[in-house]
Design a binder for this molecule. Structure first.
Ligand SMILES: *Cc1c(COP(=O)(O)O)cnc(C)c1O
Length: 220
């Protein structure tokens, strides 16, 4: 068994354990294997192990990683988990199945225009800057209700919220905050938790966890 297959198995076991400890169904927790800056050989190991849900944070690298596999593995699901520039909306809509980083009106407009043109109406998460960090992507929590309304008015399919907690604060507080925002706004899906903190995220209600190094090992 490859190291990647072994890691996947361990993480699935941890998901099971943690979900059951918090009275949740393990199948309600989806593992997004983050393949950014990982070699093709390890990506292949994950595919060989039967894994089909992946995340990438840059459009161009994602194209390099996935344009061939896309044809071969029809059941592949690709999430964009990094910031998106409006001038890359076309490529992003063509390649990805889910956009997790919708965070401003200009991007919403550009994305919907492309989705309409390509007739690919992708489910989207809104990224929330839960720590109100100046340099970080994501919509400010105070502006979230208006932004959701704006996206829904455009007919974007907003399925949930995503966050990346500040590195120097307890992640669990931010996960709980994101959960509260989702409840208040009637959204179901929560993308939160990475290699170091996904167990806490499951405890709070994550429906998608984004795990990179935990699956593939250290990045280049
Ligand atoms: C890289 C990345 C991850 C994965 O991080 P790990 O610590 O390697 O698990 C998760 N989410 C986002 C948005 C990322 O950019």
């Amino acid at each position: 068994m490859s190291l990647v297959a072994d890691n996947l198995k361990t993480i699935h076991q941890t998901i099971e354990k943690q979900a059951s400890a918090y009275d949740r169904a393990a199948r309600a927790v989806n593992l997004v294997a983050v393949s950014k800056r990982q070699p093709m050989s390890k990506i292949q190991d994950a595919l060989d192990a039967g894994h089909r849900l992946f995340g990438e944070n840059r459009v161009q690298e994602a194209q390099e990683h996935w344009h061939v596999h896309r044809e071969q593995y029809k059941d592949l699901t690709l999430h964009l988990i990094g910031p998106l520039q409006t001038n890359k909306a076309k490529e992003a809509v063509a390649l990805f199945d889910v956009i997790e980083t919708l965070d401003r009106e200009k991007l919403a407009v550009a994305l919907y225009k492309e989705m309409d043109k390509q007739e690919r109406y992708l489910p989207c998460f809104i990224q929330v800057n839960t720590g109100d960090e100046e340099q970080k992507a994501g919509i400010a929590p105070d502006n979230l209700p208006d932004f959701i309304a704006f996206c829904q008015h455009l007919k974007i399919n907003v399925v949930g919220l995503m966050c990346i907690p500040p590195v120097d604060e307890p992640a669990a507080l931010h996960f709980a905050f994101l959960k509260k925002l989702a409840l208040e706004n009637g959204l179901k899906e929560l993308s939160m938790g990475m290699s170091g903190d996904y167990q806490q995220a499951i405890a709070v209600g994550a429906t998608y966890i984004r795990v990179g190094t935990g699956v593939f090992g250290a990045r280049d």
